[in-house]
Design a protein around this ligand. Sequence first.
Ligand code: FES
Length: 98
Amino acid sequence: MAKILFQPDNITHDCEDGSALIDICEEVDVSLSFGCTEGTCGVCELTVLDGWENLSKVTDEEKEYLYEEDIANGMRLGCQIKIRRAHTVITWKGVRAK
Ligand code: FES
């Protein structure tokens, strides 16, 4: 069982290992937005504050859309992420991390 904290909404959610973040966001009422759902629009940009190693690997779509430096600073595209295990904390654009 994995756990994710959506920091801007202060919501923690338990999920099965390997769950897609976009599916979790449909289940839980969080303020993270999605657009294309295919890794090409950037609407779902987010920053991983903790637990980077617990997420699925950066996809080719993310490598194409995001700058290498942004990825190095924890940025991901939410529509591309699966929660593999343990505890992860994310935040997103326009909302300052506490
Ligand atoms: S929803 Fe478009 S990149 Fe994720």
